[in-house]
Design a binder for this molecule. Structure first.
Ligand SMILES: *Cc1c(COP(=O)(O)O)cnc(C)c1O
Length: 497
């Protein structure tokens, strides 16, 4: 029998709440992030867990955090998420390349790692709503610069009791990203392009959330707004699972001994994925070093080296756009634990970040996380890494994964550490065909994307994923376009208010 886990805000102004309340709320009411009141340990041995399949293991790990979900409820969420939406039975296969292991987190509906969490979040939310006696349909409102929008659409599409509205900047996403979104066919989805850039779409969505009349009218008609963004505890917890899965598969395959340490490198943006790896370590997984890999937006590298987080710098557009981030929201959870669950101190640092653009952690806090190593990769290093790995091993990786690979090599060169290395591979090369083809020396010019896909297939020897071929003939279902000030009208139209 599990003890009941409760959740508190990192800033002290919300909680205790149950797991399902935290999933439903997303962000705490004081602007903080929900954290569990303690970090649980595994209740099964590595050997036992190595015999479980992905779904069984997901239950074994997630039940330790989501204690107010019944076994039946949680298993139904897991079964609804990790099914044939993934193009492999293993859900997250491992590829051994040279002496390293790439954990491929991109076999879901949108061929990127956000699918790992966004395919289960809708189920966790609907179940939470039912448990809380909420009698309303959940309406997700999201602004996207490309990737998150499609992953959220794919996750919520067709899930009873939910609707999802996605807004994207009309000129701010790639042709494939746009196609992925506007061909989403389920009737509970609504996709609208915005006349403006990503910030216009983002502030528009914030205004929708702050619009009380709209909220009341929606409530009267049986709807409640919510968000699917990456600080929801319902996105963090499912991400712990695949690290445990990877470790136990390595043991089962005889690649490592039970109990032997591994290092993990994670290409990092919002700090969610690597925080999940850290939680896995805290729960008892034998991880030695967590290598935090950044692109040229290297705010985290500087932070781990100096103890100073400073977002006052220019924003660089790179070939790994999902890591082009200057405020890594999930770091707040690590800080909270580092300062001994001191919400007051966490709130103070977050306030400094908002008001001054930076904060400094104490030397004591910095010394308490020797397990983190951080570095970054330049654009040239990313290209070089993709090309070298393709030449040497015939393994073609995307630019995000290449950031991680480049940094893991720097770590090994600097430290001489020969501990087996697990690299989180967060996107399929098919998601970024032009960058990948250019890196391996293929000219793309302004080639049609279907031609690029065929070239990439020839270069990588990996079949074109279903997520891509499905787009070839897919009819366009969404043609809405509006100015930012017309967004409220699109919500009213979609909900019939
Ligand atoms: C979101 C994303 C990342 C960064 O993950 P965080 O959890 O935000 O650190 C890395 N790679 C890809 C492809 C992503 O979509």
């Amino acid at each position: 029998m599990n003890k009941n886990m409760v959740y508190y805000s990192t800033r002290g102004g919300d909680g205790p709440v149950t797991a399902s309340e935290a999933v439903l709320k997303g962000l705490a009411k004081d602007g903080g992030l929900f954290v569990p009141s303690w970090i649980p340990c595994f209740e099964s041995s590595i050997e036992e867990m190595s015999k479980m399949d992905y779904r069984e293991l997901a239950y074994e790990v997630m039940r330790l955090y989501l204690t107010d979900y019944t076994e039946e409820e949680l298993k139904a969420c897991i079964d609804g998420a990790y099914d044939d939406k993934f193009d492999t039975e293993e859900i997250v296969p491992l590829a051994k390349v040279g002496s390293e292991y790439y954990l491929e987190l991109f076999h879901g509906s949108t061929i990127a790692f956000k699918d790992m969490a966004l395919s289960i979040l809708p189920h966790l939310m609907v179940t939470a709503a039912r448990k809380q006696g909420l009698d309303k349909e959940i309406v997700i409102l999201t602004a996207t610069s490309g990737d998150t929008g499609k992953a959220a659409l794919a996750g919520f599409a067709g899930v009873p009791g939910t609707r999802i509205m996605v807004y994207y900047p009309e000129d701010g996403v790639s042709e494939i990203q746009k196609l992925q979104m506007i061909t989403q066919k389920e009737s509970n989805t609504c996709v609208t392009s915005i006349k403006g850039n990503f910030d216009d779409a983002q502030s528009g969505v914030k205004r929708l959330f702050a619009n009380e009349t709209l909220r009341e009218d929606a409530a009267a008609a049986g709807f409640q707004f919510s968000s699917a963004n990456s600080i929801n505890i319902g996105r963090l917890v499912p991400q712990i699972v695949y690290y445990v899965y990877a470790y136990t598969r390595l043991v089962a395959a005889g690649e490592i001994e039970d109990g032997q340490e591994v290092n993990v490198t994670v290409p990092t943006g919002n700090f969610g994925n690597i925080l999940a790896a850290w939680l896995a370590k805290e729960m008892g997984l034998p991880i030695k070093k967590l290598v935090c890999a950044s692109n040229e937006n290297k705010v985290l590298t500087d932070f781990f080296r100096s103890g100073n987080y400073d977002r006052r710098r220019s924003f660089i557009l790179t070939s790994s756009p999902s890591m082009d981030i200057l405020i890594s929201s999930n770091l707040e959870r690590l800080l909270y634990w580092l300062c001994g669950s001191d919400a007051e101190q966490t709130a103070k640092m977050m306030n400094q970040l908002t008001m001054l653009g930076s904060y400094q952690i104490t030397d004591e806090m910095r010394r308490s996380i020797p397990e983190f190593y951080a570095d970054f990769a330049t654009e040239a290093e990313v290209t070089e890494t993709i090309s070298a790995c393709a030449d040497k091993y015939g393994y073609v990786m995307d630019p995000h994964t290449a950031v991680a690979a480049a940094v893991s090599h720097k770590y090994q060169a600097q430290t001489g550490d020969v501990t087996p290395m697990l690299i989180a591979s967060t996107a399929s090369p098919y998601k970024f065909p032009a960058s990948v083809l250019n890196a391996v020396g293929e000219q793309t010019g302004d080639a049609d994307w279907k031609i690029m896909m065929n070239k990439l297939c020839a270069v990588s020897g990996v079949v074109i994923p279903r997520a891509v071929t499905d787009l070839y003939e897919a009819p366009i279902c969404h043609r809405n376009n509006c100015a930012p000030e017309e967004m409220e009208a699109t919500v009213r139209a979609f909900l019939g208010l």
